[in-house]
Design a protein around this ligand. Structure first.
Ligand code: UD1
Ligand code: UDP
Length: 440
């Protein structure tokens, strides 16, 4: 079997690293294709070193640009590589433009696609990421969903449960493995060493780069206003290049940089950043990955957004959405510092993203599908006989698997009276509403 992994930005490198590593330990050929969307050393190359994965076989160097231009260049480059390499499956991760381009190209070439971190939804179509992840899901063959909630999102959109695998998130694998290494090694970044982070208390680690925040002067000013008031905290801000450009354009960079309690530094490597996160009192972020890492590492998080495709972090109690509202940011941050009970409750929120075996579960599923010939995408040969979906209440002790055999059906969704639940094969359907269709 040959697997092509497509990646292009910092979070994709981090979250694909456990999968790349897992593939390299199995009898599988792999090629890694970098789109070149992130190209600065501190946004790309450093992560291959820190995460100990081999450098990409291809880099199509698309660089920065408008979404249309960037995605178009990626599609052209990815198509050339896939035509040459003919992989059995293409893996894409998350919701960046690389995911959109990779999924579109591979599906048009009838190559199977595995979407890692599928099924997330913010239900906010103004976010480029929401469009990317939805299109990638439409194109994909196998769905590696981090939680039951993400799986239910896909079921509600009509995807077959047979192709969904609840694997947890590979960020847990990356986090657990690399924090241990980072703790042993200590900080390597010169700015962090100078700041003597190990001796600091009240550390607030800040990251932001979301287009809807940093490209909007009013929002940035509101956030800076909040940071100004949080002068009891040591704010460490490894700044994303997009954010640095925006602050400079708005003439706000110096204003923020001149605050004594704010330390703007370059983007950090993964080991330094994980260690910094683990020593923080709180995280203030609009990052997707960092909302996850915060709950994994038991650090309270305030998210600079009005919605999130990671609602599990909020319902578990480890993350609060504060938007770009100065009052909400300052109020919640002060509560975390001053109210131990409040902070402890956030710290004790249970990580919903699995135990760190996500890459293994993902590869097990791919190998199973490959061995059964299910990665071959071909036109249907059987005439479709069933055109309707049905909903029925079950009044007998019967499992999903037994019901499907008896009715020659595929169960899509199960409603237990309160919520939609994922129809595992062994789930007892007694008393539940079932939404299903008859197979041909
Ligand atoms: C991209 C993803 C976003 C992801 C983020 C991770 C899309 C639509 N966006 O956003 O989902 O959360 O990566 O960080 O795919 N730049 C540099 N050097 C680099 C890369 C970028 O200077 O190595 C600057 C350029 O000015 C560029 C800007 O940052 O125009 C934005 O980069 P881009 O890759 O378009 O989007 P991100 O904001 O990084
Ligand atoms: N990260 C890092 N160095 C930094 C900032 C973030 O290594 O200076 C890591 C962080 O641990 C997380 C990932 O980058 O795993 C998140 O990337 P980003 O916020 O750029 O993208 P998103 O997750 O929002 O797509």
């Amino acid at each position: 079997m040959k697997i092509a992994t497509i990646l292009g930005t910092r979070p994709e490198i981090i979250k694909m690293a456990p999968i790349i590593d897992e593939i390299s330990h199995r009898d599988i050929n792999q090629i890694i294709l970098h789109t070149g969307q992130h190209y600065d050393e501190e946004m790309s190359d450093n992560f291959f070193k820190d995460l100990d994965i081999s450098t990409p076989d291809y880099n199509i160097h698309v660089g920065s640009g408008t979404h249309g231009k960037q995605t178009g260049l990626m599609m052209k480059g990815i198509e050339e590589v896939l035509l040459e390499e003919k992989p059995d499956i293409v893996l894409v991760q998350g919701d960046t433009n690389a995911v959109l381009a990779g999924a579109l190209v591979a599906s048009k070439l009838h190559i199977a696609i595995g979407h890692v971190e599928a099924g997330l939804r913010s239900f906010d179509m103004t976010m480029p990421e929401e469009l990317n992840r939805r299109v990638a899901d439409v194109c994909s063959t196998l769905y590696f969903v981090p939680t039951e909630e993400s799986a239910v999102n896909l079921l509600a959109e009509g995807f077959s449960r047979k192709n969904l695998f609840i694997t947890g998130n590979t960020v847990v694998d990356a986090c657990f493995r690399h924090l241990k290494i980072a703790e042993k090694r200590g900080f390597e970044d010169e700015s962090l060493k100078k700041l003597n982070i190990n001796k600091m208390d009240n550390i607030l680690t800040l990251t932001m780069h979301r287009a809807e925040n940093v490209d909007d002067r009013a929002r940035v000013s509101e956030i800076i206003g909040a940071l100004r008031e949080l002068d009891d905290m040591n704010i460490i801000f490894p700044i994303h290049p997009r954010t640095k450009n925006a602050l400079e354009k708005f003439g706000l960079f110096d204003e923020l940089n001149n605050l004594e309690h704010v330390h703007i530094i370059k983007p950090l490597g993964y080991l330094d950043f994980l260690l910094l996160t683990s020593l923080s009192t709180l995280i203030l972020t609009d990052s997707g990955g960092l909302q996850e890492e915060a709950i994994i590492l038991n650090i309270p998080a305030l998210t600079l957004r009005y919605n999130t495709e990671r609602p599990e972090t909020v319902t578990a109690g480890g993350n609060i959405l504060v938007g770009c509202d100065k009052k909400a940011i300052v109020g919640n941050a002060l509560k975390i510092i001053n109210d131990k009970g409040f902070a402890d409750k956030m710290k004790n929120a249970v990580n919903p993203y699995g135990q760190g075996d996500s890459a293994k579960l993902t590869l097990d599923a791919i190998e199973k599908y490959y061995s059964r010939g299910l990665l071959n995408i071909s036109a249907p040969e059987n005439v479709m006989l069933s055109f309707s979906r049905k909903m029925t209440k079950i009044d007998e002790g019967i499992s999903v698997e037994e019901f499907e055999t008896k009715e020659n059906a595929l169960v899509h969704m199960v409603f237990d009276g309160e919520r939609m639940i994922f129809p595992d094969d062994k789930l007892n359907l007694n008393g539940m509403m079932v939404y299903y269709d008859k197979r041909e």
